[in-house]
Design a protein around this ligand. Structure first.
Ligand code: FAQ
Length: 326
């Protein structure tokens, strides 16, 4: 054939054909890998979601980090330290997964520090007592697991594989939190009161983690088409509520929702309206802790510059030494 040994004569497949082939792969449940052709919109969509997810893990360390020195026992301190270290690891896998799409870590971090990139609304609430640490493990990691189990089957290979390991670790985190809550809820009246107060403050923000209602979720349509999402924001939120209410019952605590009722017909709990004004206020940067969180992240980045420079200098020295030997 004429074009075979003259590549410039082979017509480049047009974008429409490439997109159709891409969609067919997605529909056939074949994972998309970094070297595969993908629509530019998919690439940018995945960078958006994966980097926001990475930022959430990264910023999520801050509220818990403040409690390491105040953990009530050495065992609790060791468990909390291990959990926070895991969150740093999750951020690292996720930043690496984003890098496979052609962005750089410097760029994604710059987007976080400038306030351009989002991270989960939940980390903009204050952590006032030790019971809040229990509640974060129980509810925040519990919600993260529900969302992330669905993402283990997401279409982008590096993201889906990162999720498998992350989910296993989140499950330890959830149990760490539930254990703290069990101790408090079955302890002195003051401890039980502290546990109930933490649940009162974290319940609604935890439900907001799943994002806006499906009807108000602009990214969902394309996310379903590309099989980035397998279940909707509302479906996952409902699953979380159904899973968590029996746990609250076991603890003898009640969620702050007068409309909560078991619905015999649907086999699910019905729950009251979410305050979406609060949600959007927090997402847009005006929550109780948004400014503190970003300030803390920026300072940590600046204070850590010498570590990055030292690591680069060391790597360069090793590279040069290897070249000299060769
Ligand atoms: N907070 O169209 P949708 C963790 C934004 S990890 C802030 O529905 P989508 C571990 C959304 O980005 C927790 N922003 O968006 C841990 C979009 O804005 P954009 C993080 C939110 O992507 C535990 C706009 O609203 N997990 O907790 C939130 O289809 C303990 C419209 O929304 C993940 O990131 C929110 N809650 O669905 C660490 C999971 N919700 O980008 C430390 C991966 C929505 O158009 C301690 N992400 N927005 O400007 C996802 O599954 C999805 O991105 C959703 C949102 C479900 C979060």
């Amino acid at each position: 054939m004429a074009g075979q040994d003259r590549p410039e004569l082979v017509a480049a497949p047009d974008e429409t054909a490439l997109e159709a082939a891409f969609q067919a792969r997605v529909d056939a449940e074949t994972r998309i890998e970094p070297r595969d052709w993908m629509p530019e919109k998919y690439r940018r969509f995945m960078i958006r979601q994966i980097s926001q997810h990475a930022h959430s893990e990264y910023v999520g360390m801050l509220p818990e980090g403040n409690w390491i020195t105040r953990a009530p026992t050495l065992r609790r301190k060791a468990a909390l330290l291990a959990k926070i270290q895991d969150e740093a690891g999750h951020a690292a896998y996720l930043y690496s997964a984003a890098e496979t799409l052609g962005t750089t870590r410097d760029q994604t971090l710059e987007d976080l520090h400038s306030g351009k990139a989002k991270y989960s609304s939940i980390f903009n609430y204050p952590v006032l007592t030790w019971a809040d640490i229990g509640t974060i493990g129980w509810l925040v990691d519990g919600a993260a697991i529900v969302n992330q189990v669905a993402l283990c089957r997401t279409s982008y290979g590096p993201y889906a594989r990162a999720m498998v390991r992350i989910c296993k670790e989140e499950s330890f985190h959830q149990r760490q939190g539930f254990e703290i809550m069990t101790t408090l809820a079955h302890g002195a009246p003051e401890q039980k009161e502290m546990a109930q107060d933490a649940l009162n403050r974290w319940w609604w923000p935890a439900l907001m983690m799943f994002g806006p209602h499906d009807a108000d979720s602009p990214n969902s349509e394309i996310a379903f088409k590309w099989k980035v999402k397998r279940q909707s924001n509302d479906e996952l939120r409902q699953r979380f509520v159904d899973m968590t209410i029996p746990q609250a019952d076991f603890l003898g605590l009640s969620v702050p929702d007068p409309d909560l009722t078991w619905n015999e017909t649907t086999g699910h709990y019905d729950f009251g309206p979410i305050d979406w004004d609060e949600f959007w206020r927090v997402v847009k940067g005006d929550g109780l802790c948004n400014r503190d969180r970003l300030d803390a992240r920026r300072s940590a980045h600046e204070d850590g510059a010498w570590v990055r420079e030292a690591a680069m200098a060391h790597a360069e020295k090793k590279r040069a030494a290897k070249q000299n030997v060769a």
